[in-house]
Design a protein around this ligand. Structure first.
Ligand code: ZN
Length: 410
């Protein structure tokens, strides 16, 4: 059997809940990213969804109909040429799930900002997600104006003007806007063509030691499996550099709390790579690009229910420092993002808790000292991070974490 190409790019889908992100991923991949029964019941994405696909182009047909996700052209039946394999990361669009969205943004090479044509622009999470992309530095953006089938032509035009006014002066100012109906599968070919033009595969340094950001983690064993059938925990994420091979020894940091000589400290985990999966296929070796599932020899209890999200995986001795105290240069936004009401961002106060999103990690820090734009914090859960790394800062306002600024690790 021919091994399909490994995905070379991670494309995020972001935007307000109910605007059709998951439906668009389904159209582009033939798969649903809603994999948890709880999510299906509630009709929203709770965790990061993911799905792989491949884009093809028919050499005989005219554009945009020549673009599709099938090896055989839907128009003329000719064999289509593979453009590239692609991974999708579907962010939850619910306002309480901003930490998950920020974690997903850390592994996106580009994003589709999905905006429903049937609602005024911007909705709170539309604004919040665009700000998150801007803070994380995801600037390859395509705006999908979805649900054009349920509004009149005039409403669609008015909505388009609202979108243009909203993105003016933002990172998405020059982003193409593709009108779509995910429900009626209208303009999928144009969207694929635009993705190919706007979101290039990232170039990675494969000679550096492997460094993987964990975005999901699982226990893949069926409940009640006999002990001899149990397989080790699985971590899913994206390689930022280097290559990973089956059999490689790896370190995962931060690991877990352990008591040594009466003192509680965080120790990294070490394990070996048991299996590698990406693009729907098992592989002996993987390179950066797309989402990768790494089977390990870890006790699956350690990986179940996303418990290792935010960790960094690499060869032993190569991980960033694991820190329980950080010093951060913070730039506050003028206004709180994501709330219905318009609130001014107050200065950072000593003693207040802040949510820090760095890489795929989320942690809460208590501010020890705040002066000008510098803050020292002590963290409840440590992070593995390098000086100079970007981070997002959120504050608890009205019972929810709201984005208030961005910063850099000192
Ligand atoms: Zn064709």
């Amino acid at each position: 059997m021919k091994v399909p190409a490994q995905p070379s790019v991670n494309i995020g889908t972001v935007g307000q809940v109910d605007h059709g992100k998951t439906a668009i991923v389904k159209l582009l991949t033939g798969e649903s990213t809603d994999r948890h029964s709880e999510e299906i019941k509630r009709g929203i994405s709770i965790r990061l969804g993911y799905a792989d696909t491949a884009f093809y182009k028919c050499p005989k047909c005219e554009r945009p109909q020549s673009y599709g996700i099938s090896e055989t052209c839907k128009q003329c039946g000719s064999k289509a040429e593979l453009l590239r394999a692609v991974s999708f990361v579907d962010s939850p669009g619910h306002e309480t799930l901003m930490a998950t969205m920020l974690s997903g943004a850390a592994i996106m090479d580009g994003a589709l900002l999905v905006i429903g044509a049937n609602e005024s622009v911007p909705q709170p999470q539309t604004k919040e997600h665009l700000m998150a992309l801007s803070i994380i530095g995801v600037d390859k953006i395509i705006i999908v104006q979805n649900k054009i089938d349920i509004v009149s032509e005039e409403q669609a035009k008015a909505n388009l003007r609202e979108i243009e006014a909203f993105v003016k002066g933002t990172i998405a100012e020059n982003a193409p806007i593709i009108p779509m109906s995910a429900h009626h599968e209208v303009n999928v070919d144009t969207l694929i063509e635009t993705i190919e033009r706007v979101i290039p595969s990232r170039q990675f340094d494969e000679k550096k030691p492997a460094k993987l950001y964990v975005a999901r983690s699982f226990d893949v064993n069926q409940p009640g499996s006999p002990p001899e059938k149990l397989v080790g925990g699985v971590v899913g994420g994206t390689l930022l550099q280097g290559r990973l091979k089956v059999g490689d020894e790896v370190e995962i940091g931060p690991g877990r709390q352990a008591t040594t000589a009466g003192k509680i400290e965080w120790v990294n985990l070490t394990t070996s790579v048991r299996s590698l999966h990406t693009g729907g296929h098992a592989r002996k070796e993987v390179r950066p690009g797309g989402l990768i599932a790494v089977g390990t020899n870890l006790d699956p209890v350690l990986t179940k229910s996303d418990s290792l999200v935010g960790r960094v995986v690499g060869p032993p001795g190569t991980l960033p420092s694991v820190l329980l105290k950080i010093s951060v240069e913070i730039h506050l936004l003028e206004r709180v993002v994501g709330t219905e009401e318009d609130l001014k961002v107050e200065p950072i106060k000593t003693g207040e808790p802040l949510m820090i999103s760095i890489g795929t990690a989320t942690t809460v820090g208590i501010v020890l000292s705040a002066r000008e734009n510098l803050a020292d914090m002590t963290l409840k859960i440590p992070v593995a991070a390098d000086p100079g790394q970007r981070l997002a800062v959120s504050r608890r306002i009205g019972g929810k974490w709201r984005l208030i600024g961005h910063g850099v690790m000192r």
